[in-house]
Design a protein around this ligand. Structure first.
Ligand code: AFP
Length: 337
């Protein structure tokens, strides 16, 4: 009979496989799972208040209702500020690093980076959103955590994951031993294992991109898209179906389960790309790699890029390995004079 365990037990059991583990890392993942449950609850409520027309008005305590991305951000920060596990944090919502109070910032061993509510424009129309998180060992050896602890290449990640708030809420994470998916059972309030050892399927089904940007794309990106659609006369291919939610977490998750590629290229409108390297592209790239996929900025592995700025942007091609390698090939062939 298959054993029924919670995400906490699962993390603990993985930790037991590492005799030198102190338990700090396990507790940190547990803290994130708890923050995810709180955000999931609020996301569900936000849908309801939207329907009942309460957003932007006062709640029963006479307080202005908080926007969900602000709520998600504050929840993750509060959950991790005084545990003594995290030396420094960085969020999409904050310009600078977030340093926990003393003595927690001194004793913390990890840097936690996150996008609290990715795809937040979807929330107003009741479509899936997500949280992305990245965990690094701190590099500084004493004192409070610093910016340098957050500016590490994805290859040095200790763990990464995302939570998807959708028809059901799921937490998917990797700590370097495969990718594990858990579904929140609302009646128990627990994430239960539902998708063990996730891998991209061999045969992809989808491509996901904002094709509204086509006029701004390079020749390489257009030819690559033709190839994905099976209409490139120079290189016949099986056409893939297009699916685009506009929330990286949702698009990535679908492609992870069904096979496919998500891309947001650089273009004449945004020469740096749109997605953020440190807390969007790098953690998702680590998950992709652990699931047998690949992520590239079009020329190199996302995991090799060392961020120089907290909010640095990048182009991103991510998903089924062969599809991402093909993107690199097209960009090399057409765009690299
Ligand atoms: P928001 O969090 O500002 O909605 O951005 C979401 C995102 O970073 C990523 O999750 C989407 O895939 C991408 O941007 C959508 O961008 P477009 O709206 O330009 O297609």
């Amino acid at each position: 009979m298959e054993k029924l365990i919670t995400i906490e037990r699962h993390i603990l059991e993985l930790e037991r496989a590492h005799p030198n583990a102190t338990g700090v890392f396990t507790s940190l993942l547990y803290d994130i799972a708890l923050a995810a449950k709180i955000i999931a609850r609020e996301t569900m409520r936000a849908g309801l208040t939207q329907i009942l027309g309460m957003v932007g008005r006062m709640n029963v305590q006479g307080e202005q209702q908080m926007k969900l991305d602000v709520f998600a951000n504050e929840t993750i920060i509060r959950m991790n500020s005084t545990t003594g596990r995290v030396a420094v944090m960085a969020s999409e919502e904050d310009d600078s690093i977030i340093v926990p109070p003393q003595p927690y910032c001194d004793i913390g061993q990890y840097a936690l980076l996150f996008d609290p509510l990715d795809g937040s424009s979807n929330i107003d129309v009741n479509v899936s959103v997500g949280t992305i998180f990245a965990i690094y060992h701190r590099k500084t050896t004493s004192g409070p955590g610093a910016l340098s602890d957050c500016l590490q290449p994805g290859r040095d990640l200790a763990a990464a994951g995302y939570v998807i708030y959708g028809p059901s809420n799921m937490l998917v994470y990797t700590a370097g031993h495969g990718v594990h998916g858990f579904t929140l059972d609302p009646s128990l309030g627990e994430f239960l294992p539902s998708h063990p050892d996730l891998r991209f399927p061999e045969k992809p089904k989808y491509y996901s991109t904002n094709q509204g940007n086509e006029h701004f794309w390079s020749t390489g990106v257009r030819r690559y898209t033709d190839w994905l659609q099976g209409v490139n006369p120079d290189e016949p291919s099986q056409p893939l179906a297009a699916r685009y939610v506009g929330s990286l977490v949702a698009d990535f998750h679908r492609n992870l389960l069904s096979g496919g590629v998500y891309y947001y290229s650089t273009d004449t409108k945004s020469t740096e790309g749109k997605l953020r390297l440190a807390y969007e592209a790098a953690p998702m790239a680590y998950i992709a790699q652990q699931a047998g996929g690949y992520a590239s900025d079009g020329a190199q592995d996302i995991l090799d890029i060392v961020p120089t700025d907290l909010h640095q942007r990048t182009a991103l091609y991510i998903g089924t390995r062969s599809l991402v390698l093909k993107a690199e090939q097209y960009l090399r062939r057409y765009d690299s004079e």
